[in-house]
Design a protein around this ligand. Sequence first.
Ligand SMILES: Cc1ncc(COP(=O)(O)O)c(C=O)c1O
Length: 365
Amino acid sequence: MDMVFDINSLVRENVRKLVPYMSARRLGGNGDIWLNANEYPFAPDFQLTENTLNRYPECQPKQVIQRYAKYAGLQPEQVLVSRGADESIELLLRIFCEPGRDAILFCPPTYGMYSVSAEIFGVEQRKIPVNANWQPDIAAIENNLDRVKLIYICSPNNPTGNLVDPTALQQLLELSRNRAIVAIDEAYIEFCPQQNTTRWLQDYPHLVILRTLSKAFALAGLRCGFTLASPDIISLMLKVIAPYPLPTPVADIAAQALTETGIRTMRARVEENTKNRLYLQQELNKLALVETVFPSETNYLLVKFIDKEKVFKSLWDKGIILRDQSKQPGLENCLRITVGSRTECEQLINAINALSNRPQQIKEI
Ligand SMILES: Cc1ncc(COP(=O)(O)O)c(C=O)c1O
């Protein structure tokens, strides 16, 4: 008899059920103005300097590690480099969470990869929504720590744009001591550098900080991120990471981005981006279709619209691509808008403005 082979019969149940992370690129769109992935609007210029592609790369390229350690004010032993912060989210799960037994905890609405990575590994997710001020609900977290090995906290938070209150972070670090790892995702910390938590690494051996070159360093296409933690945790991460996680060209460019000049350029970018954010905030607030522009410490704004569907769809059709966040808990009618160049901000404002300024149709009698 002719049997049709169903590949799903071999697939792990959680992978069969998995809804993959819908990255901005996967969602598609035919855009001229990409404001949906919190990228930098211009491509930085780099030349490759290493011509050794016949050789495997160093697992942890020394120059990259040393330069990032210097930038972060830490020792090289406290730094790991990986394929974006996303890989680091996964490495932590691999180290600390036994599938089917342990759990991770996070506070929605937040970055989607904590959930997707846990799903792939078959690790339970404890979701404790933020409170009305978009801060972690410390009491609820404390009451739900049973079997939790790993807590992901995103600060500043994607997509809301707010910082987690340092007092709440410290309470969280205290109550999880000897119980769970706290991973603070600082992907956007360069936009509010004074808020970084690296100084706490010396007091809290269970603190892990996630960083990336994808945002303020303008290198999302490079796929390069960092983990800052105790030397013990970094050693564990090196046990489970791929043997050659960083391609030679990636290490080459990352090392250049982390020179003193590279860091100065990054800071100038942040300054420019922050000016554009203030401009965008101010102009959005004048628009009839805008209900609320939430405060932001990042390179994006979360905006609540009167008619989000109309705004999203009309702009999409014009090639201005935003990120719909309305399915996240508490974010009905909200779109996330990356702060682009000044021209992109102006085009965005004009496009939304045009939607409420349509000449009224005159009915023919
Ligand atoms: C909060 C947060 N963490 C991590 C990442 C992923 O960073 P990377 O590009 O380094 O994988 C992103 C990317 O959008 C993010 O918003």
